[in-house]
Design a binder for this molecule. Structure first.
Ligand SMILES: Nc1ncnc2c1ncn2[C@@H]1O[C@H](COP(=O)(O)OP(=O)(O)O)[C@@H](O)[C@H]1O
Ligand SMILES: [Mg+2]
Length: 379
């Protein structure tokens, strides 16, 4: 699939910008701070309903404006779909597909698939568990959009359950049978959506493992150090990772029961997918804290390339976005990356210095300069 046009209104630094894009490689070149990432961030937002740079929507809307709009036309199998998203910080976002409003914004998930690699991805290796959970959940939802509903059910349940736990931990003496009965209802719901998320994440990680390992070996050129990935469950090691969903559901309920006292004391839900992690290893060592800067980059890149490959095997090439990454890679990694991405249906690249982009990936060139995006004549 590919994006044939992108329009932004009051988004980030852009009051209005319209770009016509093509298949193959497109590069956006311009000095830092000119608005390159703002363009590709918007495309990534349509695909995942989130930014790779910020956790909230407010920074996406141009300072002084109340609403930001992203519109793009996506070509898939010769069919064109128009997706339009209105971002309203403080109130509900709205989406339209082919000009008709859709009931839920998350209905647009799956219509555009992207894999975005950016400097922020170093956090996949060096950052908190939440960075790795976001990675796996974003990929999960792109592959299986239905799970976006599960994810938001889980988050809603978690919030309400935490609120109940907190109120009872503040007023412990009033935590009577009534409250415990309500808590049990939340337990059931937490276990229902939580087990679905955990088993889906583990299945996905299982699919990603071999691809990630071979991409790492290719990118790093190091045949002797293997990349490993392991799901770390907050429930401990008692449940076999590839257990089915029902086993996870029962395990969550059991574990929650054992933690009842501690949860009431702390006013927090202590187990579940929101406390899980993915352990990345190089050889026998955990990558976090041990991998060098260059190795960490290779791991992050391997995870993104593996995601691309996985989505591709589902049947449709996702749009590949490489935001400001060539400057971070040495020449041999640049070449290997170029080799990997040359066959993608559409590749969007941003760079401050176009010489950083390997010759084979020049493609169509846009100059980005203080908010104007101009196509350059081929030289
Ligand atoms: N919400 C916003 N409103 C106005 N300007 C913004 C907003 N968010 C970011 N910017 C501006 O966008 C510019 C950064 O654009 P970006 O696309 O990240 O640059 P780069 O070309 O380096 O990738 C900065 O000048 C920043 O001040
Ligand atoms: Mg940038």
């Amino acid at each position: 699939m590919w994006v044939q046009s992108l329009s932004l209104t009051d988004l980030r630094s852009y009051e209005q910008v319209d770009c016509t894009l093509q298949r193959g490689v497109t590069t956006f070149v311009g000095r830092n701070g000119q608005g390159k990432t703002n363009l590709v961030e918007a495309i990534g937002y349509i695909a995942t309903l989130g930014s790779h740079r910020v956790a909230t929507d407010a920074p996406l809307v141009r300072t002084g404006a109340t609403q930001g709009v992203i519109r793009c036309e996506v070509v898939n199998d010769d069919r064109v779909i128009t997706i339009e998203l209105a971002i309203n910080p403080g109130s509900a976002n709205k989406a339209r597909v082919n000009r008709s409003p859709v009931p839920k914004v998350r209905d647009v998930l799956g219509l555009l698939r992207t894999v975005l690699f950016a400097p922020e991805d170093l956090a996949l290796v060096k950052g908190d568990p939440s960075d790795r959970r976001k990675f796996i959940d974003d990929l999960l939802v792109q592959r299986t959009p239905r799970l976006a509903g599960t994810r938001s059910d889980y988050e809603r349940t978690l919030k309400q359950r935490n609120a109940l736990l907190k109120s009872s931990s503040i007023a412990r003496r009033s935590a009577g049978t009534e409250m415990l009965r309500t808590l049990e209802v939340w337990d059931e719901q937490l276990a229902a959506s939580g087990s679905e998320l955990i088993s889906a994440r583990i299945a996905l990680l299982d699919d990603l493992m071999c691809l990630g390992r071979s991409k790492y070996t290719f990118i790093s050129g190091d045949e002797s150090t293997l990349l490993g990935m392991e799901y770390i469950s907050s429930l401990g090691n008692d449940v076999p990772l590839l257990a089915d969903r029902e086993s996870w559901r029962l395990a969550i309920l059991e574990s929650i029961k054992n933690k009842r006292r501690e949860e009431l004391d702390r006013g927090l839900t202590l187990i579940g997918p929101h406390r899980d992690d993915i352990l990345l290893t190089l050889g026998q060592m955990p990558a976090k804290g041990y991998a060098s800067h260059g190795e960490s980059w290779s791991i992050a890149l391997a995870l993104r390339l593996a995601s691309f490959e996985l989505l591709r095997t589902d049947g449709v090439d996702p749009v590949l976005i490489l935001d400001d990454v060539f400057a971070e890679l040495d020449v041999s990694r640049r070449q290997r990356l170029a080799e990997q991405v040359a066959t993608a249906t559409q590749v969007l690249i941003t760079a401050a210095v176009d010489l950083d982009i390997p010759e084979t990936l020049r493609g169509v060139r846009f100059a980005v300069n203080s908010g104007t995006v101009t196509m350059q004549e081929a030289s």
